[in-house]
Design a protein. Sequence first.
Length: 103
Amino acid sequence: MGDPMRVRAAEKDGVVDVKVLMKHDMESGQRKDAAGKNIPAWFITTVTATVKDKTVFSAQFGPAVSKDPFLNFKFKGAAKGDKIVINWVDNKGDKRTDEAVIA
């Protein structure tokens, strides 16, 4: 399991603005170590965000996404005090889930 994500969510005029900073090394599989051997690919493959068991955001990542990805997305249909849950899964099967209360 990776380090905790930083999740911020704020509602204004019916629109929730979500910012997520994920801690992950995101290796592409194309870099080499000091000995000249390829560093194995290791990256987040899927990210989902849910509010009240409804998916409000879903994405598929690949090896081209940079280290410690940052997401910013907006959606309608939630209110202050609701909980948003962010999940990611990487290509090695590691998972991380974090949540925040919408302010």
